[in-house]
Each structure stands twice: as C-alpha cells, then as structure tokens.
Design a protein. Structure first.
Length: 165
C-alpha cells in the first residue's frame, strides 16, 4: 500500500523528484483539502476580507504550495495548513467575544468625514488622499460633494462606508 501511494504521490516524508502526474495529483488533493478547510473554517476568509483574513490566505497558499511541489513533507504540510486555519477560526471567535482582541488583529475603522467636514487626522491615518476619498464617495454613494455626507469611514476591510446627510 505504501509503495502504491509513493508511486502515485512521490515521496511523502522527504523532498524528492516528482513527475508531472504526481504533482498534478498532489495539486488535486491539496485543492480538495484546502477547500474543505476553508468551508469548515470560515466563510469570511475570501469574502470582504480584512488584512487578518488576507494574511491567512497568503500563508495557506504558501504552505500548501510546498505540499504540491514536494519541497516539504506532504502530510506534515497539510497538518500545518490545518493549524493555520484552526488559528484563524480561533482568532475570529476570540475577536467576536472580545472587542479589544478584534481591534488588535483586525484593526479599527477610521472616521474620514463627520457632518460634512473631512477629518484630516483620519485621512492621514488611513493614508488616503482627497482624490481617493472623492472617488470612493462617487463610487460607493454617488455623492460628488463631501459636505453632503453625514459620516464616512474607512472600514477594516479597506472599503469606505458612507452615510449621506
């Protein structure tokens, strides 16, 4: 059984030369495994993601690619990916229950406009130019004049929310 598995997937416990078929099969297995992990773990990982979610997505891609190309042992690499997704889920639950933890790992929104007045401090903190803000107001709220906006925030996921006056 182990020999048949090695023939199909290549060496599982150490780096080795892999054929095209082995890499393709590894890719299919890793794809299925990651899809299962993401479905079980958290829907937010790939939707309106915060930097917290994006970092996990990048790490998963990086770690799992090593299982596909054979540069790391196959099963331990899958286990590392599962640990990353588990930590992401744990952090998401902790963020839900402790707002201070959510601010720590996800950041906080930044006020950009209050009662029609652009908040320069918020603009600086968000590294946003007036031109960027004007574009977002047009795109998100079809507003051409910031003075007609009650509130606008740069949200934790990078989008801009607008409440017209």
């Amino acid at each position: 059984m182990a020999d048949a598995l090695r023939d199909l997937l290549g060496p599982l416990s150490q780096e080795g030369d892999l054929g095209a078929g082995q890499v393709a099969l590894r890719a299919a297995l890793v794809y299925g495994f990651v899809l299962l992990l993401v479905r079980v773990a958290h829907r937010r990982l790939l939707s309106r993601a915060t930097p917290f979610d994006i970092a996990v997505g990048i790490l998963i891609g990086s770690v799992m690619s090593r299982a596909i190309d054979g540069s790391s042992p196959f099963v331990p690499t899958l286990a590392a990916g599962a640990v990353l997704i588990g930590m992401h889920s744990l952090f998401a639950v902790a963020s839900f229950h402790a707002s201070w933890f959510g601010r720590l790992v996800k950041g906080r929104r930044v006020l950009l406009i209050a009662d029609g007045e652009v908040q320069e401090d918020g603009m600086r903190r968000a590294s946003l130019s007036r031109r960027d803000l004007e574009e977002a107001l047009r795109r998100e709220a079809q507003v051409t004049d910031g003075s007609t906006v009650k509130r606008a925030w740069l949200e934790r996921d990078g989008s801009i929310s607008v409440i017209p006056s």
